[in-house]
Ligand binder design. Sequence first.
Ligand SMILES: *Cc1c(COP(=O)(O)O)cnc(C)c1O
Length: 390
Amino acid sequence: MGEDSLSGSTRLLRAGRPHVGWVNTPVTRASTYVFESVSHWRQTRTVREEQRVASYGARGTDSTFALEDALVELEGGHRAQLFPTGQAAIANVMLGLLQPGDHVLVTDAVYEPVRRFCAKHLARLGINVEFYMPDGSDLAARLRPETKLIYAECPGSLVFEMIDLPAVAELARRCGCLLAVDNTWGSGLLYRPLSLGADISVLAATKYLSGHADVMMGALVTNERAWKAVHLASVDFGQTVGADDAYLVLRGLRSLAPRMAMHERHAMLVAQWLEQQPQVTRVICPALPNHPGHELWRRDFHGTNGLLSVEFRSEYAQADVEAAVDRLRLFGVGASWGGFESLVVPTDMAKARTISDWSQRGRVVRLHIGLENPEDLIADLRQAFRSLEA
Ligand SMILES: *Cc1c(COP(=O)(O)O)cnc(C)c1O
């Protein structure tokens, strides 16, 4: 039976490990590698940009190579590169591919710290950043001859806007620019941007891949076209990860499929309950039929995760909503998501988007539905929402 005929969840359990030997690649904590001879040392240095060989800890160890192999398998890419955070991976995409005078189109649905990175650092380097609508409707009109990169995130952060990625990929190909997609939401299991025509898939492994809220990591998985520039930039910027962290992410990844299925099941139960609450205008999740991107989600995704956002009736002020959030006992108030635990965070959508208009909408709170019993989560939400009834 060929590996290609296996299902995604089976491949996830086999990826990045040998058929014979230790089931898990031993943790290789390393900086220096000692060579047999000067010629061996020299020969390694000539091939290490192209081939994966042991040469120096920063260039990778058995532990990081095993995780990279698993991510390549997951995303269907050519090669993968690890970074200490998801944000570092994103910065590496931008700085590795763009030069002064270049133009980059960034989705208005982007993860907020990327917006600040663009404003502070790309602007300083003379790289022109322009935002486009989360649904991509104005993308073609915004392309310029000097556009080198389209940066997407699908679904978008906080309210999960969808984009027709194959159509964007076609546009990018026609204009000769690269397409990078933040795939943290789909984490390679629910969405595979490279198979839809993207050049680079960005992963915050901090989230679902690790799954246990105990490690920070980012990764880029690229096709052959984008690999060299991205990889060489990561070497020049000194980006690497430790073997223990790589081990933790690979360990987390083995249970990604069953965890994700459980997050999905729990999130859908909580969403059904939320939709019936009088305080709620809308439950926002692309898996729900009233989401504007639902059809794209059905076409391009293999499921949903534990994320839901709740838009409250517009008569509630931010302070009312935050008081309800403070009453929650099972949802921790905290950034990030993708761990086993439930989380909640209030958002400021008017600030999180610059060209999409959220001024007429209600307050939005983002939930991450964890692996706790969903009945307990619903009971917690019910008691917290009581403060909004008056
Ligand atoms: C969390 C997140 C990141 C950044 O990951 P870190 O590891 O926290 O730096 C990037 N993109 C998205 C969509 C995220 O949710």
